[in-house]
Write a protein that binds this ligand. Sequence first.
Ligand SMILES: Cc1cc2nc3c(=O)[nH]c(=O)nc-3n(C[C@H](O)[C@H](O)[C@H](O)COP(=O)(O)O)c2cc1C
Length: 175
Amino acid sequence: MEFQELIKTRRSVRNYKEEPVEHEALEEIIKEASLAPSWKNSQTGRYYVVESPEMIGQFREMLPSFNQKSSANAAYIVTTYVKGVSGFTAGSPDNELGNVWGAYDLGLHDAYLVLAAANAGYDTLIMGLRDQDGIRRLLEIPEEECIVSVIAIGKRASEPVLGKRKNLAEVAKFF
Ligand SMILES: Cc1cc2nc3c(=O)[nH]c(=O)nc-3n(C[C@H](O)[C@H](O)[C@H](O)COP(=O)(O)O)c2cc1C
C-alpha cells in the first residue's frame, strides 16, 4: 500500500473477524518492526506472540473485560523492552531520562509494527490496560524486561472511525 494511504487508513480496531492470523505474516510484521531506529541500535524491544487458540484463551484473562471484548477473535503480541540498555552506558544512564529511552524505542518499533500489520492487511489495537503480573507469569517474561503494551492483531469486521485529531497549531510551534 502507498505510504500516505497506509498512515491515513490505519485505525485502532475493536471488532475482529473470526479468522486466524497467518504465522508467516506475524513473523514478517515483527521483522519489519525491527527496522525501526533505536538508541545506539540497541534493539531492546521484545515480542511475545500469543497465536494458538489455547494460549489466546488463557491470555484473554489478563485483559480487563472491555479490552477482552474489543479484541475478541484477535491474536496478541505483548511488547516489552530490556531495561538498563537503551539510554545507558556501562550500566549508568546517559541522561535524566534513563529507561524512558527503552520505552521510546519500543514505541517507535510498535509504530512500525502497526503500520507493517496494516500493510499486510491486518488491523491492530494497542492496549495499555492489562494485568502485567499475570502476563509475566503466563509467558515467563524475565524481570529484566519491562512489559509495556499488548497489541491485538486480526482483520477488521466493521469499519472504524478516525478519532478527531488536534490542529497543527495545537501540537507544533515553528520558529
Ligand atoms: C499506549 C496506548 C495505549 C492504549 N490503550 C488502549 C486500551 O487499553 N484500550 C483501547 O481500547 N484502546 C487503547 N489505545 C488506543 C487509542 O485509544 C487509540 O490509538 C486512539 O484513540 C486513536 O485512535 P486510532 O488509533 O484509531 O487513530 C491505546 C493506544 C496507545 C498508543
